[in-house]
Design a protein around this ligand. Structure first.
Ligand code: GDP
Length: 529
């Protein structure tokens, strides 16, 4: 198969959701269709299958969670699918956000009884910033759902994206009868798939087929007809261009657990989503098809996979060309030639070595400590650099103190190296230097990781004193008079390692208040790369 065909068949996306909405279950069902696993369920067992793949850090073993994220690749319907694993639950971290930088689209899973939840909101914001297509899967229809119109309204109001239902549910919970496909005007009937362990044989029936009364009550049919009429009048029409621009989200209903609506969703999704997209570089847009040379950017660095050698793996997203194991390429930021060795990829639930990969794929490369997040690697003589990855707002802060101040040097080295890998962000008091270090993290697990790593890798013991701040904002217009900023009583001024000023707040309303009090002040939730 030619390079172009290989790239065109690729679909690289992330699944975003709030914990427990059903991301893992949906992923399992996708893999089932891809034939990557024989029976859905083997991805789950977070303590078993997934664990076996990524027991790279002791802390993962101790807690049975995965601190690392990876990618699952499988073939389905003529496509080569890469699902980026976005860590959730307790392991939610800046890596979760960064992973979205490597995706071409996102599937947003929403629990039909809960609607838009905190983590969905945060992850959606990153997708919106990148203007990537977002597809909504409203899950758990086999349970009592909230009013569907309300749910869609909530998505539109809270996330600011219009929705376009591709299908429509008939009841929910015990009354759930299936979904009506608005295009084919047929109903896919819901049947038990033994908790989704077998692929549902899909039974389809036209809305006006007299046989329908065997499956759907008259009352449910009438409600459906009314709702469809309402929908045809009220909802946005499907528009592929708006979907591509991330300005319209196609919506699907189903039950991941019961394996209902999953294959249908996957088929639509693969048609509506695109193959690898062009990316912005300092030399203009790089198109994955037109640019023949290999190029990739680093979006995640996983440290200490092998404790004996303090080595790291740099995960990169290939943006153009073809990768071959052991090839030489140019590391733009390091201004050096590098050999890309020990390439790895995740297949379902095992890690394996690979020798070829294409634009759209994610590979993990052995990193002797030279790569940083956002770096570009390419064989193109143009030596372009991809747009950097922004810094995402941490939500937990702590002051870090050393127990033994004699080890100052190791402490500074350790904390800087860990920050360089992107596991934590470090800040300082606005008017002083490194004697006071403030650490910010996206998920609190990172505090434990920091503690653990400083102790085990740098032999430094620390004490963390949690700070009450939850909101951080970068000051975009640094020409503003910082000394005379009129903030709120809960506001704290700090700076990052590059000396850029930031503000910390305890309350969210203080952010708005501070903006109001200081005309011309521009605050941002993302730090420029
Ligand atoms: P994640 O945290 O988003 O990965 O969610 P999981 O996939 O682990 O699912 C959380 C819980 O919801 C598990 O107990 C699943 O069995 C259950 N679940 C997932 N999808 C469905 C569904 O469609 N219907 C029902 N009733 N339960 C579901």
């Amino acid at each position: 198969m030619s390079r172009i065909d290989e790239i065109k068949k690729r679909r690289t996306f992330a699944i975003i959701s709030h914990p427990d909405a059903g991301k893992t279950t949906l992923t399992e069902k996708f893999l089932l269709y891809g034939g990557a696993i024989n029976q859905a369920g083997s991805v789950k067992g977070k303590a078993t299958a997934k664990h076996a793949v990524s027991d790279w850090m002791d802390i993962e073993k101790e807690r049975g969670i995965s601190v690392t994220s990876s990618v699952l690749q499988f073939e389905y319907g003529g496509c080569c699918i890469n699902i980026l694993d976005t860590p959730g639950h307790q392991d939610f971290s800046e890596d979760t956000y960064r992973t979205l930088m490597a995706a071409d689209s996102a599937v947003m899973v929403i629990d039909a009884s809960k609607g838009v939840e905190a983590q969905t909101r945060k992850l959606f914001k990153v997708c919106a910033m990148r203007h990537i297509p977002v597809f909504t899967f409203i899950n758990k229809m086999d349970r009592e759902a909230r009013d569907i119109f309300d749910l869609l309204d909530e998505i539109e109001k809270e996330l600011g994206i219009p929705t376009c239902p591709v299908n429509w549910p008939i009841g929910s919970g015990k009354q759930f009868a299936g979904v009506y496909d608005r295009k084919s005007q047929k109903i896919d009937l819901f049947e038990d798939t033994m908790k989704g362990t077998k692929m549902g044989t899909m039974k389809e029936i036209a809305l006006d087929d007299p046989e329908i009364s065997n499956y759907v009550t008259d009352e449910a049919r009438e409600v459906l007809e009314e709702e469809i009429e309402l929908l045809d009048g009220a909802s946005a029409e499907f528009d592929q261009e708006l979907v591509d621009a991330g300005e319209l989200s196609p919506v699907f209903f189903g039950s991941a657990l019961m394996n209902f609506g999953v294959e249908n969703f996957l088929n639509y999704f693969l048609k509506m989503t695109s193959s690898p997209l062009p990316r912005t570089s300092d030399q203009g847009t790089i198109d994955p098809i037109e640019e023949k040379d290999f190029s990739a950017f680093v979006f995640k660095i996983q440290a200490n996979m092998n404790k004996a050698h303090r080595d790291r793996i740099a995960f990169m997203r290939i943006c153009s060309g073809e990768f071959e194991a052991g090839m030489d390429a140019f590391h733009v930021q390091g201004d050096k030639k590098v050999r890309l060795s020990q390439p790895q990829q995740m297949m379902a639930s095992e890690r394996k070595m690979i020798d070829k990969a294409y634009a759209g794929d994610i590979i993990g490369i052995f990193d002797p400590g030279i790569f940083s997040i956002g770096d570009t690697i390419t064989t193109s003589p143009k030596k372009f650099a991809y747009e950097g990855i922004p810094t995402f707002a941490p939500e937990h802060f702590a002051r870090v103190r050393q127990v033994n101040t004699m080890k100052r040097k190791q402490f500074i080295k350790g904390i800087n190296e860990i920050a360089q890998e992107g596991a934590i962000q470090i800040f300082q008091e606005f008017n002083t230097g490194m004697e006071e270090v403030i650490v910010g993290v996206v998920g609190t697990l990172q505090f434990d990781v920091l503690n653990y790593r400083l102790q085990h890798e740098y032999n430094v013991e620390i004490r963390l004193e949690k700070l009450p701040y939850e909101y951080i904002r970068w000051i975009e217009n640094t020409e503003i008079d910082l000394e005379n900023l009129r903030g709120t009583s809960d506001m704290k001024k700090i700076k990052d390692l590059k000396g850029r000023p930031l503000l910390l707040f305890i309350n969210s309303w203080s952010v708005g208040m501070t903006l109001e009090r200081n005309e011309g002040l521009v605050l941002s939730e993302f730090g420029k790369a």
